[in-house]
Design a protein around this ligand. Sequence first.
Ligand code: SAH
Length: 222
Amino acid sequence: MYSELRRKLVEKLAAEGYIRSPAVRRAFMRVPREEFVPARLRHLAYVDTPLPTLKGQTISAPHMCALMCELLSPLEGEKILEIGTGSGYHAALCAEVVAPGDLGDGTVVTVEIEESLARFAVENLRRSGYYGKVNPIVADGSVTLPLRRGFDKAFITAACPSEPHNVLEVVEDGGVVVAPVGTGYVQELVVYRLNKGIIIGERRGPVIFVPLRGAGVGGRYS
Ligand code: SAH
């Protein structure tokens, strides 16, 4: 039943122009979103809408995951960083692109500030077979990260009040960071490209995300 609903959603997202590449399409066909939403909401897993997870947080709408995955353009074998694990769904989609099937040594490290959500994600990732390719860690992603530089690309799934310097710092030269940036209800999706020490940000339109919390946002959201 879910595989048919999943196929229909993929067709819709492709027709609307959110899914463009074969790699992202394949990832959407393989990752079971029903395993990443709370059990009572499983019947809504393939409606293109955000759904609640825990603690007032949400799993993004599928079209937003598709848009961000296409802008990030992960490649097989790459090491990707996510800030804002939530359900783990978006991280699993990326993992399916960087490490398709049992191939490749691509990985996704994902940072979640809320321990109960990190646990929720670990359960979802285990059930769906993505734990290991996706490695969740509990940390505040708004401040200096407890991670070494070395990520090819990164994305942030909570609204950053300004340019996410702490994330840009751990991404290799030539890399990309996709993040919603802004302090209002509506933010701008920005694609940052790192090129020989210069960061160029490109605005890609309005989006709505839950705010990034933590010490790096000056307590404004806490
Ligand atoms: N990517 C998720 C959706 C994320 S919603 C998915 O696929 O389901 C945003 C998440 O960011 C929430 O789980 C929230 O707890 C987390 N978050 C907020 N501030 C954070 C911070 N400073 N560091 C890490 N995670 C943070």
